[in-house]
Design a protein around this ligand. Structure first.
Ligand SMILES: CSCC[C@H](NC=O)C(=O)N[C@@H](C)C(=O)N[C@@H](CO)C(=O)O
Ligand SMILES: [Fe+2]
Length: 237
């Protein structure tokens, strides 16, 4: 056996530290497609990212491509089938305009006291728009695509998009709630008031039906008798 092929040889360590083969969590096959509700991928746990390499940059670039192609202004990694804590967004929604932001392992450490209602849509719920109340601003910490620390206050549309994507990824407090309950990743309808939820319930049921027809599986969740989780989360952010 050549020296370089031995496990833990210098070459083996170099390969690992240079991330020649990306970690299993971060592997993806382009072209990526948006995962639609009620696919269980959207409710699965998203792992922290520890490898900041060319593969991660390629994943972020692919996500921007998908986001622009589908008329999005933000996208989280689980929405393209990769369960890691990564989001991309550009509130301008057009390639070459506005600012492209990539956030890795984001955490909210403070939410503004003022809340606003905004009509949100989600790429995983095609054509469905409804009002969601969220804090107007958030102070966040994250890493960029190179692993450098970012600490910033977001307000207005960037804060809105960030919070929408952050819900897909799960924050620390949400993760704690999950330990005590049965909830996985948060989707925008989880945050709607019951009145608002009623306005989209039939459309959500249609998505569940389409999923069952497409996959031949029973929908992993149903809004038929869903009463909302707003009370569970009202103190968390
Ligand atoms: C307001 S936060 C919405 C973020 C969402 N990201 C992923 O699901 C998203 O991009 N949703 C789109 C449906 C969206 O908001 N698109 C814009 C631009 O076309 C819109 O105004 O509909
Ligand atoms: Fe979404």
């Amino acid at each position: 056996m050549a020296d370089s092929d031995r496990p833990n040889s210098h070459e083996d360590c170099r390969r690992r530290s240079h991330g020649v083969s990306p970690p299993a969590d971060l592997r993806f096959e382009p072209p990526l497609e948006v995962v639609k509700y009620p696919d269980p991928i959207l409710r699965a746990r998203n792992k922290r990212i520890n490898t900041f390499d060319a593969n991660l940059r390629a994943l972020a670039d692919e996500m921007f491509d998908v986001m622009y192609k589908t008329d999005g202004i933000g996208l989280s990694a689980p929405q393209v089938g990769v369960n890691v804590q990564l989001m991309v967004f550009n509130p301008a929604g057009v390639k070459g305009e506005g600012e492209e932001i990539v956030l890795v392992n984001p955490v909210v450490y403070k939410s503004g006291k003022r809340s606003l209602v905004f009509e949100e849509g989600c790429l995983s719920f095609p054509g469905i728009y409804a009002n969601v109340v969220r804090p107007e601003s958030v102070k966040i910490e994250a890493q960029d695509v190179t692993g450098a620390k970012i600490k910033v206050k977001l307000s207005g549309l960037p804060a809105r998009v960030f919070q929408h994507e952050f819900d897909h990824l799960l924050g620390l407090i949400t993760t704690l709630l999950i330990l005590f309950g049965d909830l996985q990743g948060i989707l925008f309808f989880d945050r709607m008031t019951m009145d608002v939820l009623e306005t989209v319930r039939e459309e959500l049921k249609n998505l569940e039906k389409k999923y069952e027809e497409r996959t031949g599986l029973t929908s992993p969740e149903t809004v038929e008798n869903y009463q909302g989780t707003k009370d569970v989360f009202s103190f968390s952010r």
